[in-house]
Design a protein around this ligand. Structure first.
Ligand SMILES: Nc1ncnc2c1ncn2[C@@H]1O[C@H](COP(=O)(O)OP(=O)(O)O)[C@@H](O)[C@H]1O
Ligand SMILES: N[C@@H](CCC(=O)OP(=O)(O)O)C(=O)O
Length: 403
């Protein structure tokens, strides 16, 4: 049995369908010969492949651009601007490297924390990533280092991976590094350091135990991994820290067994998101027809423009809107809207395929995507249908009288 597997007894991974896998520089570079080396990445690429065979989706967050750039220019120097230049020199090689290991088309996505703080860019990034997954591509994300000054200083792909996990609604964050998992002290410097297999909450004390610094190539060390896990936990996403150098550990992962550290999620992901949607202030309302109401309630479908009868209020893309049954105005759900109120006024009642012809562009076929939707309790679908189908409004009036 390998050392990492011995230190960290196997535990089941939480069930997952979509995961973000973060791979640190320590697994890709720093070996004799220089440049990026597939010795560990190949095993991780096989893991991604086997996940795909199980109808699961993986988004990769990969470091390694700086290390790849350094091997092209052969400079031993350091400093922020040099690292930014090196990242730029190495990023194309990093993508080519993953493309060689992957059986599916690889897509480069460069992001900064700023992109994810800006509502419009956040939604655009999310829509692009969803589309890439739908197309069966492997998105490979890295920080846009040439513009991300603070992020590069922090060496923060761990935190970026946590943000991406929320962005793509992942069920699980997987962080592959060069050590078996979290230890109670710096594993190379503290002889009393013990493996910690399970973390219920990332406490300030725990962050101190993980502050002993990074390896030769990595920049964040265990601390940024725990910070990332804490962020993911708040979004309802569990994090698994494991040794990507250990073939046995990586193979076990493909069978949903984790030899490493599991940081638990604080709440159920969907519950956290739905809770938020339920209480966030709404900027307007969409009045929808009976067919759309039925599709939402019964089939859990996305709301398409064809089902929108009227638009109320002024709102921007990404705002929360209420969904109301057109016949009687009853609120049946809320969601994040993909088009602003002016655009929606123009595409309401139209088929999704007409969106581009009407607006000159399209963000997607839905007005509110099912992942961004929460239905409120209330009537059954049959009752909604009966009210909407009744042109006199008598059914709704009767019901109001009964209430
Ligand atoms: N408490 C701890 N438990 C585990 N590793 C720790 C701890 N404190 C510091 N480390 C260091 O963190 C390193 C992993 O982080 P890092 O070098 O940034 O890797 P990566 O490139 O994968 O992000 C380990 O190799 C280890 O030296
Ligand atoms: N964006 C940088 C990596 C920054 C970073 O977080 O590195 P690491 O600690 O190895 O995950 C690069 O591609 O080299």
């Amino acid at each position: 049995m390998s050392a990492a597997a011995k230190d960290f007894a196997a535990q089941p991974l939480p069930p997952w369908r979509r995961a973000v896998l973060k791979v640190g520089s320590s697994l890709l570079a720093g070996f004799e010969g220089g440049g990026l080396d597939p010795r560990y990445a190949a095993g991780l690429a096989r893991f991604i492949e086997s996940a795909r065979e199980q109808q699961r989706e993986v988004v990769l967050v990969s470091s390694g651009a700086v290390a790849a750039g350094r091997s092209r220019i052969h400079t031993g120097g350091d400093g922020l601007v040099l690292r930014q230049a090196l990242a730029s020199l190495g990023q194309a090689s990093l993508i080519a490297f993953w493309q060689q290991l992957s059986g599916v088309p690889v897509a480069q996505v460069l992001l900064t924390h700023d992109d994810l703080r800006n509502r419009r860019r956040y939604l655009n990034a999310r829509a692009s990533l969803r589309e890439l997954l739908r197309l069966g591509a492997l998105p490979v994300i890295n920080e846009n280092d040439t513009v991300a000054v603070d992020e590069l200083k922090l060496g923060d792909n761990d935190n970026l991976a946590a943000a991406v996990a929320s962005l793509v609604d992942a069920d699980l964050l997987l962080i592959a590094t060069d050590i078996g998992g979290l230890y109670s002290g710096h594993p190379q410097r503290d002889p009393t350091a013990r493996p910690i297999g399970h973390v219920a909450t990332v406490t300030p004390e725990l962050l101190v135990t993980a502050s002993g610094g990074a390896g030769a190539l990595g920049t964040g060390g265990m601390r940024t991994k725990l910070e990332a896990a804490a962020k993911a936990a708040t979004a309802g996403i569990a994090t698994a820290l494991f040794c990507g150098r250990d073939a046995e550990v990586v193979a076990a992962l493909a069978q949903d067994r984790l030899h490493g550290t599991l940081v638990a999620a604080h709440s159920d992901r969907l519950r956290a998101r739905k809770q938020w949607l339920r209480h966030a202030p709404a900027s307007g309302s969409l009045h929808i027809d009976a067919g759309a109401a039925n599709a939402l309630r019964v089939r859990g479908a996305s709301l398409l423009p064809g089902g929108v009868v009227a638009v109320e209020g002024e709102f921007r893309r990404g705002d929360v809107v209420e969904l109301r049954v057109a016949a009687d105005g009853e609120a049946i759900g809320r969601g994040l809207v993909q088009y602003n109120s002016v655009e929606l006024g123009r595409i309401k009642g139209r088929h999704s395929r007409d969106i581009e012809a009407v607006l000159g562009f399209r963000y997607g076929e839905s007005v509110v995507h099912r992942d961004d939707l929460v239905m409120l309790g209330g009537r059954t679908p049959a009752e909604v249908g009966a009210i909407a189908a009744d042109p006199t409004g008598a059914v709704a009036a009767n019901e109001r009288n009964r209430a």
